[in-house]
Design a protein around this ligand. Structure first.
Ligand SMILES: [Zn+2]
Length: 417
């Protein structure tokens, strides 16, 4: 055989191998489709029944079962049936418009189909309302949004003599978009330079947990001196509850409820325990002390360090705080935990979250600089006893607070706020 002949034969073999391989691929695709078909068809049929509810005017009923529409859309998209997937995403978006996660995938499907304008518009909704890095990052490129430049580092903003600079400090779980948006607003309101502390603010473990509080409540309320308690207390002897660990006290309660209570009481205790396990709070005094130790003052001028933390704060007997400043000044901690839609159950709205945060940061920054407390309801610095009061008060500063800031900052505040 000539070289040429060998080559042709080799090419022929190669073609055969390719054809066989292609066949394997086709067979495997066909079997995958066959394996998918039985699950896809009933899912789409179920989604059609949900959509029928909406067609018949029961939008609430359809909204309650929206996840079926979303599952069908996701499965159709995974199977390459993009046009059908688009229809089911559209239906899901009609009955549950605030499901931003689904809107991201809807936008991705629209882009796959080649409808870039619709994809950009859908992702734009997510960009407007999302409160988390996860959703903002997933939708940014689809929406064609260029991210804002990061704040400069505080280290690069050495204050001049007499100058006050704000240094924003983030916890590892603080969303990255937050210091940029809030910092720029504060800079405009107060006429100060704002920078970001590069090192994350490590919060450590919670200083108070719901489980510890529940155990304390049980130490006070259970009949610890009654003889029947020997059935439940470890060791079978009556022991003052202060000698028992939190877990032991809770275990006594569990045994008591399971022995003496009915199904409803058992259910109720389990629910109470689950709630307690979800509750974790950080002592703002400790955080302020840690913040001061990890961020020293510059050799000239001043940096007011404000930490933005995602955790719930408490102090002494005060159950929760939106923020607090060090009594000796220069340091403040602000929590966005209770401002976020994930906590309040509201639909997400980043502009509202930024408004809430900025009011609290103006308040805390004022205290960190020695600006007196304010009671003017039109002012961002008036004290709120609840989130409703925090929302109701004004977003700007009253004349007294403006004058107070001007005095401690050494310059008049920018006009218009
Ligand atoms: Zn005021």
């Amino acid at each position: 055989m000539t070289n040429c002949g060998r080559l042709i034969q080799t090419c022929g073999m190669a073609r055969t191998l390719v054809a066989v391989a292609a066949g394997v691929v086709l067979v495997s695709q066909a079997s995958a489709a066959a394996a998918r078909a039985p699950t896809l068809e009933p899912l789409v049929a179920e989604a059609d029944r949900v959509w029928q509810l909406s067609e018949m005017g029961d939008v609430v009923g359809a909204g309650n079962r929206c996840e079926v529409l979303v599952r069908a859309a996701d499965a159709l998209r995974a199977s390459g049936k993009l046009e059908m997937a688009r229809d089911y995403y559209r239906r899901a978006a009609l009955v549950r418009p605030w499901d931003l996660d689904t809107k991201v995938r809807f936008a991705e499907a629209l882009l796959q189909i080649g409808d870039a304008d619709a994809a950009r518009s859908m992702a734009g909704q997510v960009q407007t309302f999302a409160e988390t890095d996860r959703l903002l990052d997933a939708s940014r490129a689809l929406a064609g949004v260029v991210p804002l430049p990061e704040l400069p580092t505080v280290a690069s903003l050495a204050p001049q003599a007499g100058e006050v600079v704000l240094g924003l400090v983030c916890a590892p779980n603080t969303d990255h978009w937050m210091p940029g948006e809030v910092g720029r607003r504060l800079s405009g309101l107060l006429g100060v330079r704002v920078g970001l502390v590069a090192a994350p603010f490590v919060l450590g473990k919670p200083d108070r947990t719901g489980r510890a509080q529940l155990a304390e409540e049980l130490r006070r309320s259970l009949p610890w001196t009654e003889q029947r308690m020997t059935l439940y207390v470890p060791g079978g002897k009556l022991v003052p509850p202060q000698f028992l660990s939190d877990d032991a006290v809770i275990s006594v309660m569990r045994k008591l409820v399971e022995h003496d209570g009915g199904p409803e009481q058992i259910q109720s205790f389990r629910a109470q325990l689950a709630l307690a396990d979800a509750q974790q709070n950080w002592d703002v005094s400790r955080l302020l002390s840690d913040l001061g130790q990890s961020n020293v003052q510059p050799s000239q001028g001043k940096v007011v360090y404000l930490a933005l933390v995602p955790v719930d704060l408490f102090s002494g007997s005060t159950d929760f705080l939106f923020g607090s400043a060090s009594p000796t000044g220069n340091y403040g901690v602000v929590s966005f935990c209770r401002f976020a839609a994930s906590f309040t159950g509201e639909p997400p709205k980043r502009a509202r979250l930024v408004d809430r945060l900025c009011k609290q940061m103006l308040s805390t920054a004022g205290f960190a600089l020695g600006v007196p407390r304010c009671g003017d309801l039109r002012c961002a610095r008036s004290y709120p006893r609840s989130l409703a009061e925090h929302d109701a008060k004004g977003a700007g500063l009253c004349p007294e607070c403006r004058a107070g800031f001007a005095k401690v900052l050494g310059h008049a505040l920018p006009a218009g706020e």
